[in-house]
Design a protein around this ligand. Sequence first.
Ligand SMILES: [Zn+2]
Length: 329
Amino acid sequence: MDTPKTLKADVKYYSDEQVCIDAVAKLRWPNGPECPACGHKEHYYLKTQKRWKCKECYKQFTVKLGTVFEDSPISLTKWLPALWMLCNCRNGISSYELHRALGVSQKAAWFMLQRLRLALQDGSIVKMGGPGREIESDETFVGGKARNMHASRRAQFKTARESSITGDANLVNKTVVWGILDRESRKVRATVVPKVNREALQTVVLNQVVPGSKVYTDEARIYRSLSKDGYLHEFVNHLEKYVDGRVSTNGIENFWSLLKRGLNGTYVAVEPFHLFRYVDEQVFRYNNRKDADGKKLSDSDRFQLALSQIAGKRLTFAEVTGKVGEAAF
Ligand SMILES: [Zn+2]
């Protein structure tokens, strides 16, 4: 199958609902449709209703059942181009842009984007790093004035946050995002956390990074236990300098600037409650810029990958592109 290479080609290609159904079905059930109720593989296809009927339990099912498209009255001919835009527009896409591009209401567009972001979550359970591998860890504050805050001011913020000063007007409405970057794989993981404390460190770093890894951070106090936790911890004091030999957090900070560019430029306002979805979206685009060999992924590759996640089954790069023999990730 020749998959579309551009947004325009994508919209045209997926303008036929049957083509959409076939594309999602193929990624979801590589060996043919399976009944979601009983797992049986024999069925009738009810062509006018565009659903399958199980020969075993007689239940009917659509390709949307059990995916993020489930129960949606919106046609896949709108869902698939929406997904294309979400995973390929560098700074993300707003519900207003989607509303204009697809001719759905702005409210429907907002709802579609929220569901699609859910599908972009990186559910990987494999830890990052390894003996000798380099990991950067850093936190950032999103919301209010913190976006444009000077570095030294940010450092004060961290100190205030960590010493649990409450009631500070400057800290109201700020949300913390904590991220790690594996320098070898160039992959990022980022999580919205309630505050910068030991529990968050456990969630973001200790649970996700292999002990023995080198962990580079700034001078924040929260990281001082890392050596005891079995990591080779090195840090730069950001009040003095930003790079010390190989030790820096410049990689993860580059990711923060991408995240904030998207948040400031594309989205009118993001409620703290929804922030994690925007973070997942940016992580997805960032982590899927290149494959394991450093070769750039095309828009089409990224779209197919996202679609495979939505279909409820994560596929490797090789499976998605049919480029067997290339490194999977
Ligand atoms: Zn069945």
